[in-house]
Design a protein around this ligand. Structure first.
Ligand code: FES
Length: 130
């Protein structure tokens, strides 16, 4: 193994802190990714990594990323549920890295659902004009 210098160690420490921070359960925004066998086979790991990258890039501190098992929607994997204040709980399907980036930008930052990938649409009386 190559020798680590002080900068390498600081980088590792910061990355670990960010990783721990993302798992902190005291966040108001949750991204829950179905990572059962069929989710992983459909690309849930790539979606997970894309969420992590997009959240870090946007400096979003109040977001927790969780993985869960089978969400029961085999044909629609990868599936992702987003829960946050001011928005209805929403399940997205067929989430690849590009859609993950859009969910962070549009759903979380702009509070607009990425309509064409919504699997479980909230009732229209809950969401006005979506
Ligand atoms: S095994 Fe595919 S949704 Fe459960």
């Amino acid at each position: 193994m190559a020798k680590l210098n002080l900068d390498d160690l600081k980088k590792m420490r910061d990355e670990k802190r960010r990783e721990m921070n993302r798992r902190d359960t005291d966040k108001s925004i949750e991204i829950i990714i179905g990572m059962g066998t069929c989710g992983i086979a459909a690309g849930a790991k790539e979606a997970f990594d894309a969420f992590v990258t997009a959240i870090d890039a946007s400096n979003l501190d109040d977001v927790m990323i969780k993985q869960t098992g089978c969400m029961g929607f085999c044909a629609n994997e990868p599936t992702v549920e987003v829960r946050m204040p001011e928005m209805p709980d929403t399940i997205y399907n067929n989430v690849d890295a590009t859609i993950a980036e859009r969910i962070v930008k549009e759903h979380i930052l702009e509070q607009k659902m990425v309509s064409e990938y919504v699997f479980d649409k909230p009732s229209v009386d809950i969401v006005d004009g979506q």
